[in-house]
Design a protein around this ligand. Structure first.
Ligand SMILES: [Zn+2]
Length: 437
C-alpha cells in the first residue's frame, strides 16, 4: 500500500506569502515562453499526424502541412485553419459518439461532460487525469492571484451532472485546499433557502455564486433575511470588456485570470496559445482590437487546435508591473449574444447596465428580458419587472427612466414594457435574458 503524504491528492504546500502559485511558469522570459509554445505546438502537430487525429489531420492537410517540420515555431500557427464548434458537432455525428478529434483512447478518460447545449446539440468533452490536473493547476494560479489562500471557506452554486462545471470547480477548490461549500443551484425558492440557511451556519470567506446571486438575493428578500455572503470582486477591471476568465469547459476552463495591477487577465501561455483572430483571414488582429477568441491548448492528452470559440477577445502585450510575464486578454462576449438595432451593434449586458441605473427596477433584483430585434429600425423591445407592478403609480415613471437610460448608454430607442414581479422565468444559474419575438 502506498503511504499517504501531502501531494498524493493535491499539490505540495507552499509559502502563503509567495507572490505566484507557480513562479517558474508565470515568470518565464518571453523567449522561454516562445520556446515552450513552439515545442508544445510541434508536439501536438506531430501527434495529430502520427496518432492520427483525423479531424485535425484534415485541417493540417488543407493547409498543406504534412510533416511536423512544416511548423517551425509558434510563429507559423496562422498557417493552420480554424476549427469551430460545428466541426466538433459534425465530427461526433459522423463518428458517434465521440467523433474523430480525440488524441487518446477511450480507456484513458476518467471524466465526461456535455456542453449546456444552448445552441444546437451539446458536444461531449472528456478528460484524462492529466487534463484534469492541468485545469486544477491553472485554477490555482488564478485564485492565488486573487489573493485567495488554502484554508479559506468558499461557496458556489454551479450546476452539475452532465454539465461538468460544478464538479470541475469543486475539484479545483479541494485541490487548492479550500473548504468547498457547494450549494444546489437555486432552481426553486425552497432550494435557495437551503443554501441561505447553510451560509447562516457557516459564513464563507469567498463567494463564487456569481450567476446565481440574484436568485438568492430575491429569495432572501422575500423571507426578510440577510445573505451571509461576502461580496464577489475581481481584479482586472479598468479596460474594455471583462478579463478573459475561461475558454469554456470543453476547451480550457481556467485559461487565465486577472491580477490586481492591470486590466485584463493573465493568460497561461505555457498551456495555451490564445489569439484574437480575424476569422476571414485567420490572422491575428492588432493588439488592442477585438477579434475572435482562438485557443490552441498545449501539453494536454486531448487538445484542441486553433479552436475558434466565436466569442470576442482582445490581447494586450505590455509588460505588467505585477511581475507575471504572460500576455493579458479581455473577453467581449459571445457573438451570438450581440444585437443589431437602429444601426448600433451591442450586447445584452449593455442593456442590463442601462437598466441597473434605474433604482426602481432593481428592487430586490433586476429581472428583465430583451426581445431579439427582427427589424433594423423598430425600437428595441425590453420587458422589465417592477416590484409594485405595472398598474402602480410609479410604473410610467420607471418605464420612461428605463427607456431614457437605454437611449443614453446604448444609443437606441427602446419600447419598455413593465411587468408584474415574478412574471419572467427564473433560473438557478444563468438566466435567459435574450428571447425570441
Ligand atoms: Zn499582472
Amino acid at each position: 500500500m502506498p503511504q499517504y503524504h501531502d501531494g498524493i491528492l493535491g499539490p505540495e504546500p507552499r509559502d502563503p506569502g509567495q507572490q505566484f502559485w507557480d513562479p517558474e511558469a508565470q515568470t518565464m522570459s518571453r523567449d522561454q515562453i516562445h520556446q515552450v509554445q513552439s515545442d508544445r505546438l510541434r508536439d501536438m502537430v506531430g501527434r495529430i499526424l502520427e496518432t492520427p487525429v483525423p479531424l485535425f489531420q484534415r485541417k493540417l492537410a488543407e493547409a498543406g502541412i504534412q510533416s511536423v517540420d512544416d511548423i517551425k515555431s509558434v510563429d507559423d500557427i496562422n498557417k493552420i485553419p480554424l476549427t469551430v464548434k460545428q466541426d466538433l458537432r459534425d465530427s461526433e455525428a459522423g463518428a458517434p459518439p465521440f467523433g474523430e478529434y480525440r488524441f487518446t483512447p477511450r480507456e484513458s478518460w476518467v471524466r465526461l461532460c456535455t456542453s449546456t447545449g444552448t445552441t444546437g446539440t451539446p458536444t461531449i468533452a472528456v478528460w484524462t487525469r492529466k487534463d484534469i490536473w492541468l485545469e486544477y493547476e491553472s485554477a490555482c494560479r488564478n485564485w492565488w492571484r486573487n489573493g485567495w489562500r488554502p484554508g479559506q471557506i468558499v461557496t458556489h452554486a454551479h450546476p452539475a451532472y452532465q454539465y461538468g462545471g460544478g464538479v470541475m470547480l469543486s475539484g479545483c477548490l479541494e485541490y487548492f485546499g479550500m473548504l468547498n461549500i457547494w450549494v444546489e443551484p437555486p432552481e426553486t425558492d425552497e432550494i435557495a433557502v437551503k443554501g441561505i440557511n447553510m451560509w447562516a451556519r457557516v459564513r464563507p470567506d469567498v463567494s463564487m455564486v456569481a450567476f446565481s446571486l440574484g436568485r438568492f438575493m430575491e429569495v432572501a428578500a422575500k423571507d426578510g433575511v440577510e445573505l451571509n455572503l461576502p461580496a464577489f470582486s475581481l481584479g482586472g477591471g479598468g479596460g474594455r470588456g471583462l478579463p478573459l476568465m475561461t475558454a469554456g469547459l470543453e476547451c480550457y476552463a481556467y485559461v487565465g485570470g486577472p491580477c490586481t495591477e492591470s486590466p485584463g487577465a493573465h493568460v497561461h501561455e505555457d498551456w495555451a496559445i490564445v489569439q484574437a483572430v480575424d476569422p476571414k483571414t485567420g490572422q491575428d488582429v492588432p493588439d488592442g482590437e477585438w477579434g475572435n477568441l482562438v485557443v490552441t491548448t498545449l501539453d494536454r492528452d486531448n487538445g484542441l487546435l486553433r479552436y475558434d470559440l466565436e466569442e470576442a477577445c482582445m490581447m494586450v502585450r505590455e509588460p505588467c508591473p505585477c511581475g507575471e510575464t504572460t500576455i493579458r486578454s479581455f473577453w467581449g462576449g459571445r457573438f451570438r449574444d450581440f444585437l443589431n438595432s437602429q444601426g448600433k451593434y451591442f450586447m445584452v449586458s449593455e442593456v442590463e447596465g442601462a437598466l441597473r441605473k434605474v433604482d426602481a427596477v432593481t428592487q430586490p433584483t433586476l429581472e428583465y428580458v430583451v426581445v431579439k430585434p427582427t427589424s433594423e429600425t423598430a425600437p428595441l423591445k425590453v420587458r422589465v419587472e417592477l416590484l409594485e407592478g405595472p398598474s402602480s403609480g410609479g410604473a410610467e415613471d420607471a418605464r420612461q427612466r428605463c427607456a431614457a437610460s437605454i437611449k443614453e448608454l446604448v444609443g437606441v430607442e427602446a419600447d419598455v414594457e413593465i411587468l408584474e414581479r415574478e412574471t419572467l422565468e427564473r433560473s438557478g444559474y444563468k438566466a435567459v435574458r435574450l428571447v425570441d419575438a
